[in-house]
Write a protein that binds this ligand. Structure first.
Ligand code: AMP
Ligand code: GLY
Length: 424
């Protein structure tokens, strides 16, 4: 069996790692991949948005299954292109990926099907959006409608800030066409939890909960990043909250998409805010999270290929989808200066530590091989994950393992999962 993974970050390394443990012993390809992925898969230098190039490669190599890690190709319709060519591919088609691709669509869906979320209004004219600012209370949340590399959400404390935000998103078009429409929504208070699910168009199976740490600095300070670390499961995602979400969020979302004639097959990542009034949906993603995949997939006990095939075939209710009860913590090692500017090309040492280590993984995000050395090639360089009996233990082990890896300008947060200890 030949499997192709599309993407080249830590999430895709975690997917490739899970595939390498499959009972089907697939031959793995990854486009474009990275230096870590190259130890488990053949990396092919075709960009994730080069649909024709990827399709030709999959046809020539007779790839049996393609798994898309990233949001851009999904929202752009890669699944449709592959399906039309008779290729088997995991992920939502273009009509379904709009769940992530348009925040205005997601909000409309939630209102229509009574899925709990923040009160909001959508505008396509900046003048109207600015007039609406007189009616809202502060802080208020502005969201560019489309994909904006996770940067299209602004939390504004004053009317002036919100005015400037609308100007940036809709007039300056800082996020390009993503700013054609804007969602202005109520600011919710609470703890954030992500829940990832496999979805087959009709039913869903929960992978588990996780919590990201988006800010660059300890204590959630400084600029937003792609994610500096994560842990799973979240102790804040209690049985009671799980029960409420099964009733009001998950099945309703899957059913809503089917009723809209946009049946969703793939991964739905529910970004939730646990408010005093119960859990509310902040966002949907149409794929595994990054770095959430780096803590959820190492906890997966059943075969990833079985789960993926069940989603494609609509047989998820009969599939074996099971996860380890143990906990996982992932600490991201970044390049100093990220997310603004940073140097690349620094030699990474200590990676051999992970060759023998049990329940410890070093997922590569921004790395490349140059003259036999693995060197840094991005802002987020590595994700060090440890799985252990408790979150506290997993955290200790992840930090111990993170110390083994060395490169010039290595930067990490020291408090990933610390909130767990505060809560217990
Ligand atoms: P999103 O891409 O919609 O998840 O937004 C990115 C981040 O902005 C979230 O992870 C939250 O931290 C924050 N956020 C989004 N919507 C709200 C809201 N309505 N209230 C408070 N924070 C929010
Ligand atoms: N960690 C958030 C995301 O993958 O969108």
């Amino acid at each position: 069996m030949k499997v192709l993974v599309i993407g080249g970050g830590g999430r895709e390394h975690a997917i490739v790692q899970a595939l390498s443990e499959s009972k089907y012993q697939p031959e793995i390809y990854c486009a474009p991949g990275n230096a870590g992925i190259a130890s488990l898969a053949s990396c092919v230098s075709i960009g994730a948005m080069d649909f024709e190039g990827l399709k030709s490669f999959a046809l020539e190599q007779q790839i049996d299954l393609t798994i898309v890690g990233m949001d851009d190709p999904l929202v752009g319709g890669i699944v449709d292109v592959f399906r039309e060519a008779g290729l088997r591919i995991f992920g939502p088609d273009k009509r379904a990926a709009i769940l992530e691709g348009s925040k205005a669509f997601a909000k409309e869906l939630m209102m229509k099907y009574d899925i709990p979320c923040a009160a909001s209004r959508t505008f396509s004219e900046p003048e109207e959006a600015m007039i609406y600012l007189h009616e809202v209370s502060y802080p208020v949340v502005l969201k560019a409608d489309g994909l904006a590399l996770g940067k299209g959400v602004l939390i504004c404390n004053t009317a002036q800030e919100a005015h400037d935000g609308i100007d940036q998103i809709m007039i300056q078009r800082t996020f390009g066409d993503a700013g054609k429409q804007i969602v202005i929504e109520e600011y919710l208070q609470g703890r954030e939890v992500s829940v990832l699910t496999f979805v087959d168009g009709h039913s869903y199976r929960i992978m588990g909960s996780a919590q990201d740490h988006k800010r660059i600095g300890d204590g959630d300070t400084g600029l937003n990043t792609g994610g500096m670390g994560t842990f799973s499961p979240s102790p804040f995602y209690t049985e009671e909250i799980d029960r409420i979400c099964h009733e009001t969020v998950y099945q309703r979302t899957v059913d809503a998409m089917r009723k809209e004639d946009r049946p969703f097959k793939g991964v739905i990542f529910f970004g939730l805010m646990l408010t005093e009034d119960g859990p509310k949906v902040l966002e949907f993603n149409a794929r595994f999270g990054d770095p959430e995949a780096q803590v959820l997939l190492p906890r997966m006990r059943s075969d990833l290929i079985d789960a993926v095939n069940a989603c494609i075939d609509g047989t998820l209710d009969q599939a074996d989808v099971s996860f380890d009860d143990r906990a996982a913590v992932c600490v991201v090692l970044a390049s100093d200066g990220y997310p603004v500017s940073y140097e690349k090309g620094k030699i990474i040492r200590g990676l051999e530590y992970f060759d023998q280590a049990k329940d410890q993984y070093c997922f590569h995000a921004g790395t490349i091989s140059v003259a036999g050395e693995v060197v840094t090639n991005g802002g987020r360089v590595l994700g060090v994950t440890a799985v252990a009996d408790s979150l506290t233990e997993a955290r200790e082990q992840a930090y111990k393992a993170a110390e083994q890896v060395k490169f010039d300008g290595k930067y990490l947060r020291h408090d990933i999962g610390k909130s767990i200890e505060e809560s217990t």
